[in-house]
Design a protein around this ligand. Structure first.
Ligand SMILES: *Cc1c(COP(=O)(O)O)cnc(C)c1O
Length: 494
């Protein structure tokens, strides 16, 4: 399987796409064609456990990887998840399900890919004959940072550096990152919001002087952000797995169409669902949920992507994003894979902070995608409703998706299609906000929040969050976004 860039240029292998992250012209790597999974194959997947299902999907993209070794790596990665099943499906209502993707080491769905990426990257380097040291740079809106640190800590031949917006992440997320152990890790706060942070980090990748300076020190840059195909690929697998679980438990028959609803920020998670559909998974619609930063919902309504708008800080910080990187892969597909046009639009976005797709392209996207959003009150309301009605507690990001699904059924009362809501974080990652939603109580301290939320819900508190209370932060530096490369140099010279 070869990969092409959304902005044109030469084809690369899967291993090269994973090592490089972004193509030289700034485009994102996409598979040259989508491999298909037939219904017979899907049926054979019913018998498999999660790592086997994941291996089955990944092998279609990663032809040059050794299958047995890949499966072993996946078993190791998903063996770190609590409770045995890394992606359990929970039934809420007649036709609403939760796909809980937060049972991994850092309690957010990012673990689904970032526990696997270190293996994929190591193996890709070997396949490409790369002997240099790898420096992984990450810009995070909160959850990617911790999951990447945990995944790459003490990995041989790799250093990892995480940048997060100084006041754009929750207290718990900050504490999770600042207390990270491992010899090869570094964490720096960046003044500004996530978009500033992501743009500054992308700036290092696209600056030839930075790349050259590192090359001279025998270091190659790589990215663990969701633009990397190595992040996207493991995410495709859980959509297949959720479908298999619905069939196995007789909730649907093989071949029945289902919907997914996905809390959306950088568009990586929902894009993986779309790729699953393009591979043949029986998916009808994808509901994209935004918070008050409703740029994606607006885009799906109008075909216009417009950055001239206010940026809101919300209680779902991992979705406080205006520049949604992976959307480029969707508009590339919608344009009939027109790389020149995609490049032009991305240049327009950079220059004029705006682009617009054609009515035909929008029509094509709307055949699958719906957009919706939840403001802060609506998110709280949705979380409260479900807690009171069925005793289920969800986090704030998943709350936004819940609201969008409620709106969908309000508008489509007769719809019988099953909807799987992708639940992206453990509620205890955002304890004060979830506590407020389910009980109306406000507490100032995160650990008090955890205690009270436990009293209110009786949900188990994950050890990795509970034990943060007794840890001292190792990383306390805040940097100017124009000076990130100086931080990188300081780190690698240490
Ligand atoms: C990252 C994240 C999201 C957004 O996912 P994207 O792939 O960036 O769209 C939603 N919820 C949580 C909890 C996250 O960590």
């Amino acid at each position: 399987m070869q990969f092409i860039s959304t902005r044109g240029g030469k084809k690369v292998t899967a291993a090269e796409a994973i090592v490089k992250g972004l193509s030289e012209n700034g485009g994102l790597y996409v598979p040259e064609t989508f491999p298909s999974v037939s219904l017979e194959e899907l049926e054979s997947m019913l018998e498999m456990d999660y790592p086997e299902r994941c291996a089955h999907v990944l092998k279609k993209y990663l032809a040059e990887f050794d299958g047995a070794e890949l499966l072993t790596a996946l078993k190791n990665a998903y063996g770190k998840f609590a409770g045995g099943d890394p992606a359990p499906l929970v039934r809420l209502d007649d036709n609403i399900y939760m796909l809980e993707l937060w049972h991994g080491p850092t309690c957010a769905f990012k673990d689904m890919a970032l526990t696997v990426l270190p293996y994929l990257l190591r193996k890709s380097c070997d396949l490409c004959g790369i002997k240099e040291e790898i420096l992984v740079l990450v810009a995070t809106s909160g959850d990617t940072g911790k999951a990447a640190l945990e995944g790459f800590k003490d990995a041989p031949g790799v250093k990892i550096m995480v940048f997060y917006p100084s006041d754009g992440v929750s207290k718990m997320q900050k504490l999770q990152m600042n207390t990270q152990d491992g010899k090869n890790v570094n964490v720096v706060a960046v003044r500004g919001n996530f978009d500033d942070c992501q743009t500054a980090v992308k700036g290092i990748f696209s600056n030839p002087d930075c790349v050259k300076t590192l090359r001279e020190k025998n270091i190659i840059l790589s990215s663990a952000n969701s633009i990397n195909f190595g992040r996207l690929a493991p995410q495709i697998a859980y959509y297949f797995s959720a479908y298999c679980d619905l069939v196995s438990s007789d909730q649907i028959a093989l071949g029945d169409l289902i919907d997914f609803a996905v809390p959306t920020g950088n568009f990586g998670n929902v894009l993986a669902a779309y790729y699953a559909k393009l591979m043949g998974l029986p998916v009808r619609r994808l509901h994209c949920a935004s918070n008050e930063n409703r740029i994606i919902a607006d885009f799906l309504a109008t075909g216009e992507y417009d950055l001239e708008r206010e940026f809101y800080k919300t209680t779902s910080p991992s979705m406080d994003i205006l520049i949604s990187s992976n959307l480029e892969r969707l508009i590339f597909e919608a344009s009939g894979r027109n790389a020149a046009l995609t490049a032009e639009r991305m240049a327009g976005l950079k220059k004029d902070r705006h682009y617009k797709i054609t009515a035909e392209e929008l029509e094509k996207i709307k055949e699958t995608f719906d957009g919706g959003s939840a403001n802060e009150d609506e998110c709280v309301e949705a979380m409260y409703d479900v807690f009171v009605d069925v005793g289920y507690t969800m986090d704030t990001h998943t709350g936004c998706a819940m609201k969008v699904v409620q709106d969908w059924f309000e508008k489509n009362k007769k719809d019988q299609t099953n909807v799987v809501i992708v639940s992206t974080a453990n509620p205890y990652k955002f304890p004060q906000d979830v506590l407020y939603a389910v009980t109306g109580n406000d507490v100032k301290d995160s650990f008090k929040g955890i205690k009270r939320l436990h009293a209110a819900t009786a949900m188990a508190v994950p050890k990795c969050l509970k034990e943060l209370k007794d840890k001292t932060p190792r990383f306390t530096k805040t940097a100017d976004r124009k000076k990130l490369f100086a931080e990188v140099l300081e780190f690698i010279e240490k």
